[in-house]
Unconditional design. Structure first.
Lengths: 268, 251
């Protein structure tokens, strides 16, 4: 089996604060990999480094055979991403959002309409293709983001808390799509979440990081067995402790609050 | 790769245009202020201006208010970057396999086109309030509008690239945009101290060029070609600075 993501001794410091501290792991191609940790553990920083948005302080990364610090554009072409916060244009239709994505990723123009149709049908949004995204529910937006992230046929899909704020029905629905893609096309899936039941059901491998350090990297069953607990949630709490993390609020959090007031009625 | 560069710019430009024509509320909302200025100041100060020997105030004021409409729309479209990078399409463009420069350029040109259209609408409205432009130089006037629009969309994008959140927006309005507007000769002829300060304001040259092409009133500084030259230089400089700052955006 080949390796989709390989991370060696990865470190990222912001001034005196070390967000990610000497982390190493590998993700095999065609597998699903859950990247867990309490708030502020370094998950998002790691994803940003893997996806070329932030440069590491030390260590090496290879994504689909390319180094994000040297071949940023090639790495970007090879993955799709669904961010924690929405990144759709609300004033455009579902189809237009897809169309613009195809243009940015250099999808051949003659293939674009068929590709868009295929992906929108896959997430069951083809009927709503001409509706403005601002009329969509939270779950529909997520599905559209997944369809868009896959439009340029990436080898790896990054999902940063894709199911946060969604009801169980929608969550199940979304994981069904993702599992199907993983099975049928061999898509490598790298995701973060706080829902441990999702991890037990979906993930082939689980990594847990805390305070920037890797504290577990195994299958869910092995982690549970080693911790001597009943569920992954119990194992997670046993490994990371009971303290609630004092997350420093950033500008992004303040923004999220504003957006929640703004769009709260649409999040279902 | 080269054709892709142009296509990416086109796509981001198209997005701004589509958004503009779709949100009628914003389009109409941002026309309120220029109309108010035209009516209230035009009719209110008109007699005083005429008595002081300034001539027809609406003729003087209209180019200034057109520029105001462009200025506000342009800066705002640049500032939108702040919101957009957290909750919008911008983040999607930042992980796309395209250069940041093409993203910034496409976005800025789109925002500038929108601001220019807004200026054209204000011009049309001013016709009903008693403005009588000379029609022969309208194409040149529209070029001046585009110049003003590019300068200030690039400025807004540059500012937005270094701001963390919307809290700074009020600061920018009161300490950057309002002074640019009031110290530009938009509302009154430039004389004395203000005249000297205004020489360092790019909007001054935009308004002067606009006033010349629309009403034929000769400019106070180096003439209409000088206005055009200054505006062109400043728009290139602001685009370069804006693109540099935009490149440093952290998501």
């Amino acid at each position: 089996m080949s390796t989709a993501i390989s991370v060696k001794n990865l470190t990222k410091s912001f001034g005196k604060f070390t967000a990610v501290n000497d982390v190493s792991f590998e993700v095999e191609a065609g597998t699903t990999f859950a990247f867990l940790g309490p708030n502020g553990a370094g998950k998002t920083t790691t994803i940003k480094m893997l996806t070329t948005l932030v440069d590491p302080t030390a260590g090496s990364i290879v994504v689909n055979g390319f180094d994000p610090t040297k071949d940023a554009l090639k790495v970007r072409k090879s993955f799709g991403i669904v961010f924690q916060d929405p990144s759709l244009d609300d004033e455009l239709t579902a189809y237009e959002n897809m169309f613009f994505h195809a243009g940015l990723y250099g999808v051949p123009r003659k293939d674009t309409p068929a590709r868009i149709k295929e992906m929108l049908e896959f997430v069951e949004l083809w009927d709503r293709r001409d509706s403005l995204v601002k009329t969509f529910s939270g779950g529909m937006k997520r599905r559209l983001e997944i369809a868009r992230g896959l439009l340029h046929t990436p080898a790896v899909l990054f999902l940063d808390e894709p199911t946060v704020g969604l009801d169980p029905q929608t969550r199940n629905h979304i994981w069904e799509y993702i599992k199907k893609l993983n099975k049928d096309r061999g898509l490598t899936v790298f995701f973060t979440t706080h829902y441990m039941d999702e991890v037990e059901r979906i993930a082939d491998k689980v990594a847990i990081i805390d305070h920037g350090k890797m504290i577990a990297n195994d299958t869910a069953a092995n982690i549970i067995a080693k911790a001597g607990t009943q569920t992954l949630e119990e194992a997670f709490i046993k490994l990371t402790g009971h303290t609630i993390r004092a997350d420093e609020a950033t500008a992004a959090d303040a923004f999220r609050k504003m957006a929640a007031m703004h769009q709260g009625k649409n999040r279902r | 790769m080269k054709s892709n560069f142009i296509y990416v710019i086109y796509i981001l430009w198209l997005r701004q245009i589509k958004r503009y024509f779709r949100s009628r509320a914003r389009m109409i909302g941002s026309l309120g202020q220029p109309i108010l200025f035209l009516v209230a100041l035009g009719y209110g100060l008109g007699p005083t201006f005429a008595k002081a020997g300034g001539g027809n105030y609406i003729q003087f004021l209209a180019p200034g208010v057109i520029a105001m409409g462009i200025l506000f729309t342009a800066v705002f479209s640049g500032i939108e970057v702040i919101w957009d990078r957290q909750f919008g399409f911008l983040k999607e463009t930042l992980v796309a396999p395209v250069s940041r420069f093409s993203v910034m350029l496409g976005r800025t040109l789109g925002g500038a086109t929108v601001a220019m259209l807004q200026g054209v609408i204000v011009l049309i409205i001013s016709l009903f309030i008693g403005f009588h432009p000379t029609l022969t130089l309208i194409p040149a006037a529209i070029l001046f509008m585009l110049g003003i629009a590019i300068v200030f969309t690039a400025l807004g994008t540059g500012i937005a690239s270094v701001l963390e959140d919307m809290q700074g927006f009020q600061l920018i309005m009161n300490f950057v945009v309002m002074p640019i507007f009031f110290l530009s000769g938009a509302l009154f002829p430039l004389e004395g101290i203000i005249g000297n300060v205004a020489k360092f304001n790019p909007l001054t040259y935009g308004i002067d060029g606009l006033r010349y092409t629309l009403t034929g009133v000769s400019s106070i500084f180096g003439g209409v070609w000088f206005d055009a030259l200054i505006l062109a230089i400043v728009s290139i400089v602001f685009l370069i600075i804006g693109a540099r700052l935009f490149k440093k955006i952290q998501v």
